[in-house]
Design a binder for this molecule. Structure first.
Ligand code: PGA
Length: 255
């Protein structure tokens, strides 16, 4: 139905534009060799132009967007400015923004409304901060409902939900990847909430991807056994060889 979606979340890396351009060129090579995979790079804002000019097959993403289009919002960058720069995918509500910038479900909701309402793809990040055993990730469920409440179902065709258990994000202390079994359970839970909020058809049209310590060793497992339709990749997306391998392996999976 869908191509696997692999998104590079570079976070606040690399340090200089030259490195960003080289990294983008390496990723472009792998993406061009694997047309069965939809690849997106989300660089820091100052590198959007240099990345854009280094890619062709790869799509341009942003790590955040403000909900107004223009105006007196010092330090913010709007969905419209990003759109004009060539951005098609916007990551919304990443756990690092929720944690360090106190982004609330209400803010996430406004961003989703702006991004989806203006024809861009939104990658809504949800994930529980802690988990005991294999319990249902209820906190992720609340973030999903909080972000999406009141958004028209016709807009959900361009929604991607990234399930990222916070404790599994590689740079958080004691991080370990989730198991594909837990990821599968989370995926079913997310689909069930979407079905309850709307209907089965709408729920099935939303892509659900996994994030948290994804690498070349576990990508195939998350796609096959985890039932995920792609991955949001942090640290490994900054290592050209590793990320090229992730794209190649994703290309071998039939979703
Ligand atoms: P990670 O980051 O792949 O380094 O765990 C994922 C993310 O935070 O999006």
């Amino acid at each position: 139905m869908y191509k696997p979606l692999i998104i590079a979340n570079w976070k606040m890396n690399p340090a200089v534009a030259q490195e960003a351009s080289e990294l983008a060129l390496q990723t472009e090579k792998a993406a061009a060799a694997n047309p069965g995979v939809e690849t997106v790079i989300a660089p820091p804002f100052p590198f959007l132009h240099v990345v854009h000019s280094s890619i062709n097959t790869v799509k341009l993403g942003a790590q955040n967007a403000f909900w107004e289009d223009v105006g007196p919002f010092t330090g913010e960058v709007s969905w419209r400015q990003l759109n004009d720069t060539g951005v098609s995918h916007v990551i919304v509500g990443h756990s690092e923004r929720r944690m360090y910038l106190h982004e609330s479900d209400e803010m996430v909701h406004k961003k989703l409304r702006a991004v989806l309402g203006n024809g861009m793809y939104a990658v809504l990040c949800i994930g529980e901060r802690q988990r005991e055993g294999n319990e249902i990730p209820a906190e992720a469920g609340e973030q999903l409902r909080g972000g999406l409440q009141g958004i028209k179902k016709s807009l959900l065709a361009k929604l991607v939900v990234a399930y990222e258990p916070v404790w599994a994000i590689s740079t958080n202390s004691g991080a370990r990847p989730d198991t594909p079994e837990n990821a599968f359970q989370a995926m079913m839970y997310i689909r069930k909430i979407l079905t309850t909020m709307h209907d089965r058809k709408t729920a099935d049209s939303v892509r659900i991807i996994y994030g948290g310590s994804v690498n070349a060793k576990n990508i195939s497992l998350f796609l096959k056994d985890g039932g995920m339709q792609g991955a949001l990749v942090g640290s490994a997306s900054l290592q050209p060889k590793e990320f090229q391998e992730i794209i190649r392996l994703a290309g071998q999976v039939r979703l």
